[in-house]
Design a protein around this ligand. Sequence first.
Ligand SMILES: Nc1ncnc2c1ncn2[C@@H]1O[C@H](COP(=O)(O)OP(=O)(O)OP(=O)(O)O)[C@@H](O)[C@H]1O
Length: 251
Amino acid sequence: MAEEPVIRAEGLAVAFNGNTVFRDVTFEVRRGEIFVILGGSGCGKSTLLKALIGLVPLAAGRAFLLGEELAAARDDATRRALLRRIGVMWQSGALFGSMTLAENVELPLEEHTALPRPAREALARAKLGLVGLGDAAARLPAEISGGMAKRAGIARAMALDPPLLFLDEPGAGLDPITSAGLDRLIVDIARDTGTTFVVVTHELQSILAIGDRCIMLDKQARGMIAEGDPRRLREESTHPTVRAFFRREAA
Ligand SMILES: Nc1ncnc2c1ncn2[C@@H]1O[C@H](COP(=O)(O)OP(=O)(O)OP(=O)(O)O)[C@@H](O)[C@H]1O
């Protein structure tokens, strides 16, 4: 029997004030893959991410994460237990400025575990090491570069060892070289730890560099217009919008 997907989205729809952002969004994310949600500005990428983790209500459809349906959770404790197994790095996911990087990464451990301080510190340092910031644990966010801040954000999102990690526009605001370095880090973490990634982005280089599979959302279509391996979509898609997206920026 095929392994249960990490995410199963069935006919998802979201509307704000009666305006449909997307409908009929159906896909599966498999264990250990890097799955990209892509599309132009305003097509609903971030909204889909929020809908998957229950921050935006679904107008239709069902979403299963790690085999469980958040919307069907019988109480708050069940919801929290599921969400604790999911890491999220928001685009605006700023680190707390008055705390060192290590303290930032320790926060989720402090909130969600009863581990004693030395254990929390050791785990935080290990996570910072994983993202290449082993030497920067004592630094404050104001003292580090944008790329380092993103790495620290990933370390914090991984504090509780979630099997599933959502990244919202990880390359936003970074120069191309720093962004490419972050892409390599994401691929390395996925391969080394088996973590499943769902990455929201519209940056083509990034999509081609990291994406095992993707879906493309479209504002006009109010839904999905493509699904599959991004490299194959670039070569083979006959959909004009998909072709335009992959060809324009790849050229
Ligand atoms: N809370 C909200 N209330 C009303 N409309 C919203 C809300 N959140 C998002 N929208 C609308 O939903 C649509 C999709 O927005 P969303 O931010 O998900 O797009 P996106 O693809 O992530 O865009 P970008 O790449 O620019 O971040 C937009 O038209 C936006 O204005």
